[in-house]
Write a protein that binds this ligand. Structure first.
Ligand code: NAD
Length: 255
């Protein structure tokens, strides 16, 4: 796996403040590290406090901070933005990355399990967008919603996951259009990772992973850094004319 330390220090987010959710593990953690390496000050957020405390030093030098944020809780969002405002005086980037998988068929999915998956993956992104707009509408910013190729392709397992990620995809376009038409300088784009080697992926049965890997045209799983570079582009001013788009990063899997 390529390490961030081997990548050039390009400062593409110099002076910006970023809130990243689900940032104590996997894709979110590598996004946070890459943003920090590119000059952003990062508020690392997650429900897992122990992992946050463990991982914060890996962001390196800077005024980075961490906060416990359950994305499905509205109070939690309000507290996180108040904290960011108090600490940094601004927020320029919000990455709605927190998510949980679902591995059961529709017949084996309880309503309770459906609601849990949609509350974190979809409600959490809705709240993240709503609060991001509230806090960024005066100074502008970029919202990056981490969806999935599961939003674009059907699967025999995880109906709540696919439905929630498809909801994130459409929500992203709605937020992008709303902000542009309202005159807010806020862009909103969705990132659709393919199969990526993270702890979430490790929960899938090995036979499933092997079968899926063989089906990827470039013949390998994605690395979190592949997703983080896409998020970096969408978060930075390099994508200033890009809003409402869906960036698929999947090694050709969905072709
Ligand atoms: P991961 O399990 O490594 O990390 C997810 C993080 O989210 C964890 O730190 C977890 O504690 C946190 N989290 C869970 N519930 C939360 C909540 N209610 N509030 C705040 N944080 C919460 O997973 P990952 O693979 O890095 O996935 C990150 C995102 O990428 C998810 O949205 C996932 O759906 C998406 N994605 C992943 C893959 C993949 O193959 N790994 C593919 C497509 C999309």
């Amino acid at each position: 796996m390529t390490s961030i330390d081997e990548m050039p220090d390009t400062q593409r987010l110099k002076g910006k403040v970023a809130v990243v959710t689900g940032a104590a593990s996997g894709i979110g953690l590598v996004i946070a590290r890459l943003f920090a390496r590119n000059g952003a000050t990062v508020l690392l957020s997650d429900v897992n406090e122990a992992a946050l405390l463990r991982e914060l030093p890996s962001l390196g030098e800077g005024a980075h901070a961490q906060i416990v944020l359950d994305v499905a809780s509205e109070n939690s969002w309000a507290a996180a933005f108040d904290f960011a405002q108090l600490l940094f005086g601004r927020v320029d980037i919000v990455v709605n990355n927190a998510g949980i998988p679902a591995q059961t068929s529709i017949e084996d999915t309880s309503l309770e399990a459906w609601r849990r998956v949609t509350s974190i993956n979809l409600d959490g992104t809705f709240l993240g967008c709503k609060y991001a707009i509230q806090y960024m509408k005066r100074s502008g910013g970029s919202i990056v919603n981490v969806s999935s190729i599961g939003a674009l392709k059907a699967s025999t397992i995880g109906p709540a996951y696919g439905a929630a990620k498809a909801g994130v995809w459409n929500l992203t376009k709605t937020v992008a259009l709303y902000c542009a038409r309202t005159g807010y300088d806020i862009r909103c784009n969705s990132l659709h990772p393919g199969l990526t080697h993270t702890p979430m992926m490790d929960q899938a049965p090995p036979a499933t992973i092997a079968r899926l890997q063989a089906s990827i045209p470039v013949q390998r799983l994605g690395e979190p850094l592949d997703m983080a570079y896409a998020a970096l582009y969408l978060a930075s001013d390099e994508s200033r004319y890009v809003t409402g788009t869906s960036l698929v990063v999947d090694g050709g899997y969905s072709l």
